[in-house]
Ligand binder design. Structure first.
Ligand SMILES: [Zn+2]
Length: 687
């Protein structure tokens, strides 16, 4: 792979190198930390900041601060490159342990690493996590109060922080660059570096300003990190950041514990398959990706109608509510989260057992990144893409809105690739690897639908919809879940006692609330699982659980041991799953109380359109009578006249035939009443 150090799937580290990357040729591959302490990381003079603190034992630091007993693939070499003052470019799937690659060298060098990251929330979580580990870190952003910023800048000048997080815009400001000159900087780390490339799927123009770094700090190393970058994007990253003879590392894109399943559906079969898939997945968390905000809400309602608690996540929610929903999901209070693509950047959840897409993503990169949030703990997980023909029209519509011709061309290229991925009967794993420029040695993976690994719940054909085109999502027929559809099992560790797991999750949730930090900052999923398996009885035994560094044991050790003791004595997690009223019932109740649509929307925390959709379904089903006050008489007769001509089967032709000021919601309501009457049913008495 063009001179990148990689780990091809199923193999040992590749020792390839080509011209232009000869620094690495002299690199001793089987490096131990003892060797590292006695020697420079490589025989070639360092390019930038050569001062390595000779006293630091990397493995000891790893154990003490992170609670890990060994490095993950590539980590040690990346750390050594940065310690040696080299530029690096790293492509590593999310969950592969990227952040440690710059956090550990910053700690070891005793200076400040400047980290550029696209999201404030993400930076704050990382800083909070580091604080829990006992590593001083701070975020500097413009939303902070002025004196707070001043304080952080002063402390940064004094070299107090090992890591300082900044947004790309903030970094590129002239006065920030000036300020950074006074900070004892170790190196710069650029997170989500693919955002710098317009060939990537998440181009952010503000990232382009980072190309000034090399000019302003010619003697500091720059490290670029990304989870998904094609060959072209990787090249662009090196070029834009002006990296000099960088050490390049790339992990395999093959995630053998993931099973990819792709299925083209209609609206009815999609809803049924979604419910089946979730019902079949009895453990762990699930993410459902929905193309629009309206569909997020409809899907949450659909799931709740089927007795599956779920929370939504989208851009139009109040920030507080969004954060709360995310945290309820992260702390295992609710297993299923339905979100738009806005959800997930920086999500640090290891036990996601399924990621389900309800529409075709914009690109393979986007799909790989989102689906890749499944199975970070290395256990089997499903990535299910349930797409509809109409998705292609929506994507084509988005592309037609792009004004820049070059960008339009790139968007079409991305569209063709994802269409190909979904449409053609070629191994999905292989298609993904090839897309990112990796050629697997195998032809068939055994872990995708094309290679014959299909969940049984998918093999049973969905029931036909009662009346095509008339029912909205929440009203699908009850879903039958076929038995014994199991995710293919890999050699897995024994499952911990589920009652104990629930108990520790509850402990973690309460602790996180008390400290106002996300649950995973108190304890990672993988640590939680291991804790429940090992059931330590002493602090020494606890320190052998992955993720329990010194500081964490100091902070929580005694309390965790106490909680485990309580469990032994019979304590159990409280049953938190209160039986929620189903969305349609709840809407009906509020309607009967005389609440207006917008009052219901605000009470149920739904968009107005979603509420009206539910009401229309209730009208059609005869659960509630059409109320004349909903649609003004004139407008109603115009709609009814159109229905006479066109019929009531489809809404879209009605909307097109009617004057633009007639809203889709008004049409929905009037049509619902006509359908009810047409079915020969009586209208119920007014509420
Ligand atoms: Zn396959």
């Amino acid at each position: 792979m063009e001179g990148w150090a990689s780990r091809p799937s199923g193999g040992r580290d590749a020792r390839r190198s080509t011209a232009g990357c000869n620094l690495r040729q002299s690199w001793p591959w089987a490096l131990t930390h003892h060797w590292f302490n006695r020697h420079r990381p490589c025989g070639i003079p360092c390019r930038y900041t050569p001062e390595v603190n000779p006293d630091i034992d990397l493995l000891e630091a790893l154990r003490r601060y992170w609670g890990y007993s060994s490095f993950r693939p590539l980590q040690e070499r990346i750390v050594a490159s940065l310690m040696g003052g080299h530029d690096v470019c790293v492509v590593m799937p999310t969950g592969g342990g990227k952040s440690l690659c710059y956090q550990l060298p910053a700690l070891a060098l005793g200076k400040t690493a400047i980290v550029v990251s696209p999201l404030i929330a993400l930076m704050q979580d990382q800083a909070a996590q580091l604080a829990q580990m006992g590593i001083p870190a701070a975020v500097l952003n413009s939303t902070m109060a002025g004196d707070e910023q001043g304080r952080i800048m002063r402390r940064a000048r004094d070299g107090e922080f090992r890591l300082l997080y900044l947004s790309p815009e903030r970094l590129a400001r002239e006065n920030t660059l000036e300020f950074l000159r006074s900070v004892p900087t170790a190196f710069f780390a650029i997170d989500e570096a693919h955002c710098i490339s317009e060939w990537g799927h998440e181009f952010r123009p503000e990232y382009r300003q980072l190309s000034c770094l090399r000019t302003h700090f010619p003697d500091r190393a720059i490290a670029a990190f990304t989870a998904s970058a094609t060959r072209r994007v990787r090249h662009d990253i090196l070029h834009q950041l002006q990296l000099k003879d960088p050490h390049k590392y790339i992990a395999s894109f093959h995630r053998p514990n993931l099973r990819y399943v792709v299925k083209q559906c209609d609206a009815n079969s999609q809803a049924q398959l979604l419910v089946r898939a979730i019902k079949k997945c009895s453990e762990g968390n699930i993410i459902v990706y929905s193309p629009t905000i309206a569909r997020v809400e409809e899907t949450v309602d659909l799931l709740e109608e089927h007795g599956i608690p779920a929370v939504g996540y989208h851009g139009k929610m109040e920030a507080d509510e969004r954060r709360r929903n995310q945290e309820r999901w992260m702390s295992d209070e609710v297993r299923v989260l339905v979100g738009t693509i806005a959800f997930g950047l920086g999500i640090n959840k290891a036990t996601v057992r399924a990621v389900i897409h309800l529409s075709l993503p914009k690109s393979i990169e986007q799909y790989y990144q989102e689906a890749g949030r499944a199975g970070r703990d290395g256990k089997p997980a499903d990535c299910i893409l349930l797409w509809q023909k109409r998705d292609t029209a929506l994507l084509a519509h988005f592309i037609s809105q792009i004004t820049d011709p070059a960008e339009t061309e790139r968007a079409w290229e991305r569209y063709r690739r994802i269409r190909d991925f979904a449409d053609t009967a070629r191994c999905r794993h292989r298609q993904i690897c090839l897309h990112f420029g990796e050629t697997p040695k195998w032809e068939s993976c055994g872990a995708c639908d094309v290679c014959g690994s299909q969940p049984e719940w998918m093999a049973v054909p969905p029931k036909a919809a009662p009346r095509r085109g008339r029912r909205r999502l929440p009203m699908v027929p009850p879903v039958e879940v076929p038995q014994d559809a199991a995710i293919p099992l890999m050699a897995a560790l024994p499952e911990p006692d589920s009652a104990l797991r629930e108990y520790v999750r509850e402990w973690r949730r309460n602790m996180a609330r008390r400290q106002s930090v996300p649950a995973y900052i108190v304890m990672h999923d993988t640590s939680l699982e291991e804790l429940c398996r090992m059931r330590p009885r002493s602090l020494a035994a606890l320190s052998r659980v992955t993720g329990f560094g010194e500081r964490k044991i100091e902070a929580y050790g005694e309390q965790i041991l106490l909680a485990l003791e309580e469990f032994e004595k019979g304590a159990r997690a409280a049953q938190v799953h209160e039986q929620k009223t189903k969305p349609a019932e709840e809407t009906l109740r509020l309607l009967k109380e005389g609440k207006s649509f917008s009052e219901i929307a605000s009470l149920r925390q739904r968009q107005l359109g979603t509420v009206i959709g539910t009401v229309a379904t209730l009208v059609e089903q005869g659960e509630v009578a059409f109320d004349d006050s909903w649609v003004e008489a004139n407008r109603r007769s115009v709609i009814e006249a159109a229905c006479q001509q066109i019929g009531t089967q489809w809404l879209k032709p009605l909307k097109e035939a009617l004057p633009p000021e007639i809203t889709f919601e008004e049409i929905r309501l009037v049509v619902a009443r006509l359908r009810r009457l047409k079915a020969g049913a009586e209208e119920p008495a007014s509420a």
